[in-house]
Design a protein. Structure first.
Length: 189
């Protein structure tokens, strides 16, 4: 399957999760929502959604009730909560609908304050403005090669792939492999 066709299929699946299956309907009572990450960038290579909720005053009790609704609605395999407000990151639910490396959905859901919400959406818009057909193609191919790799989400992240392509001129899987094995060795170094 062509990488762009695969990304479009995943985007349609994500739309169904968000709208038809009701993830956004569950989140909206807490505050304004923004779906960021690879969904917003139109760079999906695996089933991952990053949802931000502008909910600066949500209580932990209400956020737990929200997490319970998501867990029940989507028959979550695993759901975990983190209070990262002291680090300036907000409240977090990580929801897994099964083994993500085998293709199950993963939701990263953040309840944040207005400043964090605006930073997330502004940062996403800024990254989209930097994408070209060439860089979009390179990112999709590299992400597709790595999303099920054990290093992905540990030492290799989507953000590191975006930086390699957009900041350091990496365009191929081979160049990225060299890039991660010898930092600073990218095409523009």
């Amino acid at each position: 399957m062509q990488i762009h066709d695969q990304a479009a299929r995943l985007r349609r699946e994500a739309d169904a999760v968000l709208e038809e299956q009701g993830l956004l309907a569950i989140a909206r009572p807490l505050g304004e929502t923004f779906v960021g990450g690879s969904y917003f960038y139109d760079l999906m290579t695996w089933r991952d959604l990053d949802l931000y909720i502008n909910a600066p005053d949500v209580s932990i009790e209400d956020y737990f009730a929200f997490g319970a609704k998501v867990t029940v609605r989507f028959h979550a395999w695993k759901a975990f909560f983190t209070d990262s407000r002291t680090e300036g990151r907000g409240l977090y639910w990580g929801v897994r609908l099964g083994d993500t490396r085998s293709g199950a959905w993963k939701f990263d859901i953040w309840a944040v304050d207005a400043t964090q919400f605006e930073e997330a959406s502004a940062g996403a818009r800024a990254l989209v403005r930097r994408l070209t057909p060439e860089t979009r193609d390179a990112i999709l191919h590299i992400k597709d090669a790595y999303w099920s790799d054990p290093r992905y989400r540990d030492t290799i992240t989507s953000a590191s792939i975006y930086a390699a392509v957009l900041d350091d001129g990496v365009r191929t899987i081979a160049e990225f492999e060299e890039y991660v094995s010898c930092p600073g060795s990218g095409p523009q170094s």
